[in-house]
Design a protein around this ligand. Structure first.
Ligand SMILES: *Cc1c(COP(=O)(O)O)cnc(C)c1O
Length: 350
């Protein structure tokens, strides 16, 4: 049966393209003379990688980063004239698709370098680990010798503690600066969202923000400059009156202290609105903030609408999702709040 044209799911993400672009422009300005790229791995941090790429490319962004070749493959048809890097390098299984040439592997081990050389691969990126001990060639090794002869577009490293004033930041920066002098590449890149705020010494030629593009406050100083991009909305499926003493939701963790009105909303932990929001989250009806009460269910959420007499079945409510506030309420990181957003949402760009 064909889906009727007016059919829409009962939950959606309102995605603000103007805010996304404004965040990129602000990060680009903070990056000084360095180009500003965009990390769009994990489906554009949950928003939709293709749409994010489209909006940012329109604004002038030229450099994009994904984690895997499956992610890259989905974006290759739109990558014409853009630079697309695959952060997880090139496994044996990836060689054929990597040789396609529309995206570059970020090589991070001697084995990957050998694999790329043997396959006759062309331009690539290289990741050096300068102290995070995650992906990358060990900075203590002779990285210049290991990478000799490679056609390196971008030589990069990644900061482990950019979101705090940690001594490792300057240590990593200094280690990277030594490699910049020794290893020839078209461009050098170190800073993620939070790294940009450490200033010009961290910018090199290209910055790679992710979180802050999508509304994450990667450093306290970004507040007031970075705009919220994602607002989940869910539809009210039922409104009911409960009596003083009634238990609400699974395990009756909330007991009504008085007669109350509650609304049952079509969103739950299967959509990424995890149970950490039980009793701590909030929904918005107009300018009123209404508390989430009881446990978040798999597909449902209960809000106290005693003070919102106008809210009824079929109405749409905003879920409070300003990332720092939602992070404090739920105990989830701002990254998890974005990347956990599920498949059942309609993703509606405005
Ligand atoms: C994810 C990632 C980024 C972006 O980091 P944010 O903290 O989201 O700005 C940049 N570089 C690398 C290597 C990454 O893995």
């Amino acid at each position: 049966m064909a889906v009727p044209p007016d059919f829409t799911p009962p939950l959606r993400l309102m995605l603000d393209s103007a805010a996304l672009i404004a965040n990129w422009r602000w990060l680009a300005a903070q990056s000084g003379s360095a180009a500003c790229g965009a990390a769009i791995k994990a489906n554009g941090y949950g928003l939709g990688a293709a749409e994010v790429m489209h909006h940012l490319a329109t604004a002038g962004c030229r450099d994009f980063f994904v984690a895997t070749w499956a992610e890259a493959q989905a974006l290759m048809p739109m990558a014409n004239g853009l630079s697309l890097s695959v952060l997880h390098g090139v496994r044996h299984e990836d060689v054929a698709i990597a040789l396609d040439g529309r995206a570059r592997p970020v090589l991070s081990t001697p084995q990957q370098i050998a694999r790329w050389r043997n396959a006759g691969g062309g331009a690539c990126d290289v990741m050096i680990d300068t102290g995070m001990n995650r992906l990358g060639l060990d900075w203590r090794d002779d990285c210049a010798a290991l990478t000799a002869g490679l056609q390196i577009d971008t030589l990069m490293s990644h900061l482990a503690c950019a979101d705090e004033p940690h001594p490792l930041n300057a240590v990593q920066r200094d280690r990277f600066a030594v490699l910049v002098d020794r290893i020839p590449a078209q461009r050098y890149s170190l800073a993620n969202s939070a790294g940009i705020g450490h200033g010009i010494d961290y910018h090199f030629d290209l910055t790679r923000p992710g979180l802050a593009l999508y509304g994450g406050i990667a450093r306290a100083a970004y507040a007031g400059h970075i705009r919220q991009v994602v607002t989940p909305q869910a539809q009210v499926l039922q409104r009911r009156t409960v009596q003083a003493g009634d238990g609400i939701g699974y395990n009756a963790t909330f007991t009504a202290p008085k007669d109350m009105d509650v609304a049952i909303l079509n969103i739950g932990y299967a959509d990424g609105y995890l149970r950490g929001f039980s009793g701590t989250g909030a929904v918005r009806a107009g300018d009123r903030t209404l508390p989430v009460i009881g446990r978040v269910s798999m597909d449902l959420l209960i809000g106290d609408v005693s003070d919102a007499a106008d809210v009824g079945e079929g109405d749409w409510l905003d879920i409070l999702y300003d990332l720092p506030t939602a992070s404090a309420a739920s105990g989830l990181s701002q990254y998890e709040l974005l990347t956990g957003l599920g498949a059942r949402f309609e993703r509606r760009w405005v």
